[in-house]
Design a protein around this ligand. Structure first.
Ligand SMILES: CC(C)(COP(=O)(O)OP(=O)(O)OC[C@H]1O[C@@H](n2cnc3c(N)ncnc32)[C@H](O)[C@@H]1OP(=O)(O)O)[C@@H](O)C(=O)NCCC(=O)NCCS
Length: 254
């Protein structure tokens, strides 16, 4: 039987060695640039691997002054998956945003992403969110943080997504542009809950996953367009006795 170990770290505990290991996992397993990669930047070459060195990983996933968590999973001592999350406050609620989620190709579709995200959770988190081109990342988030994607709180997303992103200390999240019919009824391109991040990665794999997922469920987030990512967020539902922060009925984010 293999030894599977999940480890969880807070901000300052993340070492350069951990980031170097995370960078290697990302570079080898995240994905490749798409044909329009030049729109992302001159550094992005179609069909070449999307890469992130440890310094950029630190700036992107662990911005100065922000609170963050890192969870990694190893099998027999080898890193096979990880998740970074950043936290900030929006209207008195702690937002926990997944900034990166990667599982090694040989270890996918066995619940590792959902388990990583489960370990990211903290008692005080009030809102969870993710932007991802991969439907499996949204499914994993919806499972770990809520009650599944079939229960996606579209009204909540419509009302709060823009302001939640705007409050983020992470540059690319703050700058992400909301796209889809959820935010603009006149948009008819098939997008429902998306962000335009100018991240022109190859969508072959996520689109295959999306087609497969749509055979089994009503996918609520719409189509995946070039340079876009799905946007999913939800508010934690607490039973009355756990609502210590605000009195019932006075919730500022409902
Ligand atoms: C996205 C990713 C992290 C998912 O990891 P994973 O460990 O395979 O995910 P899980 O096994 O926890 O699966 C989560 C859900 O997605 C589904 N799923 C996973 N891979 C799938 C696929 N290729 N096609 C369709 N559904 C898929 C699972 O069945 C599960 O659904 P369920 O909860 O309804 O059972 C992994 O595919 C990956 O690293 N992709 C490349 C990087 C990336 O795109 N990351 C997201 C950016 S934030």
């Amino acid at each position: 039987m293999s030894k599977i170990v999940y480890e969880k770290y807070d901000g300052s505990e993340v070492t350069d060695d951990m980031l170097a290991e995370a960078s290697k996992l990302f570079n080898e397993n995240y994905g490749i640039w798409g044909k329009d990669a030049a729109k992302t930047g001159a550094f992005a070459k179609p069909k070449s691997r999307v890469r992130l060195n440890k310094d950029r990983l630190r700036t992107q996933c662990l911005p100065d002054g922000a609170a963050f968590s890192y969870v990694k999973v190893s099998v027999e001592g080898r890193l096979v998956g990880n998740a970074f999350a950043c936290r900030w406050v929006y209207r008195g609620q702690t937002v926990c945003w997944v900034t990166q989620l990667v599982v090694h190709r040989d270890f996918r579709e066995r619940g590792i992403a959902a388990t990583l995200l489960n370990h990211i959770r903290k008692q005080d988190d009030g809102i969870y969110g993710i932007m991802s081109s991969h439907p499996a990342a949204c499914l994993a988030a919806a499972k770990a943080f809520g009650h599944g994607l079939h229960a996606a709180p579209l009204d909540f997303i419509r009302q709060h997504a823009g302001a939640v992103l705007e409050a983020s200390p992470v540059g690319y999240i703050k700058k992400a542009k909301l796209r889809g019919s959820l935010f603009d009824a006149e948009e008819t391109n098939g997008a429902v809950s998306s962000v335009y991040t100018q991240f022109f990665v190859d969508h072959t794999e996520p689109l295959e996953a999306l087609a497969w997922v749509r055979e089994g469920m009503e996918w609520p987030l719409g189509d995946l367009l070039g340079g876009h990512e799905f946007l999913f967020l939800l508010k934690v539902r607490r039973r009355g006795r756990f609502r210590s922060r605000s009195a019932p009925g006075s919730d500022p984010v409902s």
